[in-house]
Design a protein around this ligand. Structure first.
Ligand SMILES: CC(C)(COP(=O)(O)OP(=O)(O)OC[C@H]1O[C@@H](n2cnc3c(N)ncnc32)[C@H](O)[C@@H]1OP(=O)(O)O)[C@@H](O)C(=O)NCCC(=O)NCCS
Length: 183
């Protein structure tokens, strides 16, 4: 499978921040920004793989500055690195005060997406060719981030196994609906 330059998966998504996107401080909800991040990451990964893609994980999202109602929020995403079936997507979210033109980075984040077939089974993806200095930097540092994710995934599996053992009746409907442990 032929590797593709990062620029082919580059996606730009700009939105104006409206009142329903904000909380009582009149700044953008973190959850709304995470939704936008996920949407643009899926677009970018799908452009790279030309396959349906699902989000496997989100690294920590650092919210660096508040985004006010009436500002624009512009997300730029591209695939920085791939393994066999997974792709790392970098997303930079920039806020702009539309009255003054002042811009600031609101958040940076990485998502891991996996290309899947019709049955939801992971399938191989093309490699990545970094071209710019930023792309080279993100490509070079990606294997270390992938190792951290693998460690985190193992820890999550251990946590789930432990919780399942502790809560032997974890599928009890009453507990799920009302927080009531029976039996
Ligand atoms: C993501 C998913 C397809 C992985 O399937 P799986 O059967 O666990 O497959 P594998 O263990 O072979 O993993 C496939 C690839 O995903 C990567 N991966 C899986 N879970 C991961 C995680 N939590 N973080 C980072 N990478 C992950 C693996 O490292 C592997 O990468 P590689 O092939 O490039 O080496 C599957 O877990 C899934 O469908 N999850 C739900 C996705 C979804 O619904 N997302 C929306 C959330 S609302």
């Amino acid at each position: 499978m032929e590797a593709k330059p990062c620029k082919l998966s580059r996606c730009v998504k700009a939105n104006i921040v409206l009142p329903p996107d904000t909380q009582h401080h009149h700044t953008l909800f973190g959850g709304r920004l995470m939704q936008l991040i996920d949407e643009v990451a899926v677009l970018s990964a799908t452009r790279h793989a030309r396959r349906p893609c699902v989000t496997a994980s989100t690294d920590s999202v650092d919210f660096l500055s508040p985004v006010r109602v009436g500002d624009s929020i512009c997300l730029v995403a591209y695939v920085t690195w791939t393994s066999r079936t997974s792709m790392e997507v970098f997303i930079r979210s920039t806020a702009e005060d539309l009255m003054t033109g002042e811009r600031r980075i609101a958040a940076v984040s990485f998502q891991t997406l996996v290309a899947v077939d019709e049955a939801g089974k992971p399938v191989p993806v093309p490699g990545v060719i970094p071209e710019t200095e930023e792309e080279e930097y993100l490509f070079k540092t990606a294997p270390n981030r992938a190792i951290s994710r693998r460690v985190h995934r193992t820890e999550t599996k251990e946590l789930i196994d432990t919780l399942t053992e502790i809560n032997t009746n974890h599928l009890d409907v009453n507990e799920q609906l009302y927080g009531v442990v029976t039996g």
